[in-house]
Write a protein that binds this ligand. Structure first.
Ligand code: F6P
Length: 343
C-alpha cells in the first residue's frame, strides 16, 4: 500500500517516535511505501510531500519536534481545501493516511473520512485533553519539564523569600498544571476547570509563609479564569481553528498577589519549553505503541478510527469519539489529590 503520514497542530515530544514506528512496521512487515506530507494539512492541500523510509527515520526516536513539520492549517477554512486534499491523495496514489494530531487535526481527519478517505488517527497533545484516550503522548514529557521547573523555581523563591507564579500550558484543561503542581508541591494550582478566587490564593500563600516556609510557587494554567472579574490574557490573533492566543495570566496574577499580600512576587511563563526537546522514555514507548497500532489499523479495517490507550491497552475508537468535548481534570481528583496540599 502507499500510506501517507502527517503531523498537524502544535508539535509535541514523541511525534518522531510515532513516525518511525509507522514507517518501520509499514515497510518491513507490510511492504508499504510511505510518503510524508509536509506541515500537516497544508502539505496535503498543496501536494507538498517528502520521501519517508526507514533510512530517513534513523536516529529520530529521541528527537523532539517532527521531521515532517507541522502547521495549524484547516482545509475546511481554505477555499476548496477539502477538494484539494482529495485531489492530492488521488494524484499521489495514496491508499491510506495516518494523521497524527490533536482535536483539530483529528477533527479534519474525521470529516475527510466521511468523504471517503481511508484515514487512521493518532492522538497527540501535551495538554492531554483528548477524549477517548486516557493519555496522549507528549503529556508525560511536559509534566516532567514543568515539574523540574517548579523544583528550580522553589529554590530561588526560597532564597529570596519571594512568591513565584509559574504559568504552564493548558487552554481548556489543567492536566499539566495539576500533575506538575502535585509533583512539585505547589502552594496552589489554578486550572480552567476550577475558576479561582484570588483572595483564596493569597490566603494559601500567607498560610505557607506563616509556617516559616519562605519558598512558594503557585502554578497557573494559561486558560485558568478567576471567579470574579477577568484577567486580560488573550491576544487578538485567532488561528484557522478559531483558537485565540493565550498567555500572560501569571504576570497579572503575580501583580495581584503582591498587591494583596505585600510579598514580593515574580512570574515565570514556561511556554514552548514544555513542547520542545526529547520525549521521556514513557512517551517514546507510548508513541511507538501508537505508531505500530496505527499502521496495523491501516491494514486490517481500522480506517475511520483512532488509536487510543485504555486500561494500559492500545485500542481503537472512532475518530469522532476523540474530538469535540475535551477531556477535563475531574473535580473529585482535584479536590482529593491536589487541594489538600495547597497553602
Ligand atoms: O498544542 C497545544 C498547545 O500547546 C496549548 O497548550 C497552547 O495553548 C497552544 O498549543 C499554543 O499554540 P502555539 O504554539 O500555536 O502558540
Amino acid at each position: 500500500m502507499r500510506v501517507g503520514v502527517l503531523t498537524g497542530g502544535g508539535d509535541c515530544p514523541g511525534l518522531n517516535a510515532v513516525i518511525r514506528a509507522v514507517v518501520r512496521k509499514g515497510e518491513m512487515h507490510y511492504g508499504d511505501e510511505l510518503i510524508g506530507f509536509v506541515d500537516g494539512w497544508r502539505g496535503v492541500i498543496e501536494g507538498d510531500t517528502m520521501p519517508l523510509d526507514a533510512e530517513k527515520c534513523a536516529g529520530i526516536l529521541a528527537l523532539g519536534g517532527t521531521i515532517l513539520g507541522t502547521s495549524r492549517t484547516n482545509p475546511y477554512k481554505v477555499e476548496g481545501g477539502a477538494q484539494k486534499c482529495l485531489a492530492t491523495l488521488a494524484s499521489k496514489g495514496v491508499d491510506a493516511l495516518v494523521a497524527i494530531g490533536g482535536d483539530d487535526t483529528l477533527g479534519v481527519a474525521s470529516k475527510l473520512s466521511a468523504e471517503g478517505v481511508a484515514v487512521v488517527g493518532v492522538p497527540k497533545t501535551i495538554d492531554n485533553d483528548l477524549s477517548a484516550t486516557e493519555v496522549t503522548f507528549g503529556f508525560h514529557t511536559a509534566v516532567q519539564i514543568a515539574t523540574e521547573a517548579i523544583d528550580r523555581l522553589l529554590t530561588t523563591s526560597e532564597s529570596h523569600g519571594r512568591v513565584i507564579v509559574c504559568e504552564v500550558m493548558g487552554r481548556h484543561a489543567g492536566w499539566i498544571a495539576t500533575y506538575a503542581g502535585i509533583a512539585g508541591g505547589a502552594t496552589d494550582v489554578l486550572i480552567p476547570e476550577e475558576p479561582f478566587d484570588v483572595e483564596e490564593v493569597c490566603r494559601n500563600v500567607k498560610s505557607r509563609r506563616s509556617r516559616g516556609r519562605t519558598g512558594c510557587v503557585v502554578v497557573v494554567a494559561e486558560g485558568a479564569t478567576p471567579k470574579q472579574g477577568s484577567f486580560s490574557v488573550v491576544s487578538g490573533e485567532v488561528d484557522q481553528f478559531g483558537h485565540v492566543r493565550l498567555g500572560g495570566i501569571a504576570n497579572q496574577l503575580a501583580e495581584e498577589i503582591e498587591k494583596r499580600t505585600g510579598f514580593e512576587t515574580r512570574a515565570t511563563v514556561l511556554g514552548h519549553i514544555q513542547r520542545g526537546g526529547t520525549p521521556t522514555a514513557f512517551d517514546r514507548v507510548l508513541a511507538t505503541r501508537f505508531g505500530i497500532a496505527a499502521i496495523d489499523a491501516v491494514h486490517d479495517g481500522g480506517a475511520g478510527m483512532m488509536v487510543a490507550l485504555q486500561a494500559d491497552r492500545v485500542v481503537r475508537a472512532p475518530l469522532s469519539a476523540g474530538v469535540g468535548e475535551p477531556k477535563l481534570v475531574a473535580h473529585q481528583f482535584y479536590e482529593e489529590v491536589a487541594k489538600p496540599f495547597f497553602g
